[in-house]
Design a protein around this ligand. Sequence first.
Ligand SMILES: [Zn+2]
Ligand SMILES: [Zn+2]
Length: 137
Amino acid sequence: MGYSYSFSCSKCGYNQQLYEGWRFMDHDHTVRECLKSPLIKLHHMTRKKIIELSKTNKNLHIKTEYRIFRCHNCSQISDKLVVQVFSDDQLLHETKFRCATCQTGLKHTNIHSLKYAICPKCKSNKFRKEKELVLWN
Ligand SMILES: [Zn+2]
Ligand SMILES: [Zn+2]
């Protein structure tokens, strides 16, 4: 299941839709499915890592999920497709992200405790969560 959050800036009116969850696709994948699926947009480094890991691990299992991040340095928010590679229950690899604006390493943000963010357009701190929608798969 996925959630969609609508953010809008009360200063300049800018709107942004952010996603969290599994968004129109299955949560669990085999390596083959994951590398072939047009819905899973893998970063080329992630793709390389998965292929590399699959050479030495037979039972790889991949989880994909959208998560929302807020940069603790510049307070801008974004949603990213997090890819986790497991061998049985052991986590071998997880995508790491950097803020597109200031390059700080990003940590997952709890959207429910998020009070405000910085508007990507006018840079005011009036960028707030308005609506929350549940997307059915
Ligand atoms: Zn704004
Ligand atoms: Zn930043």
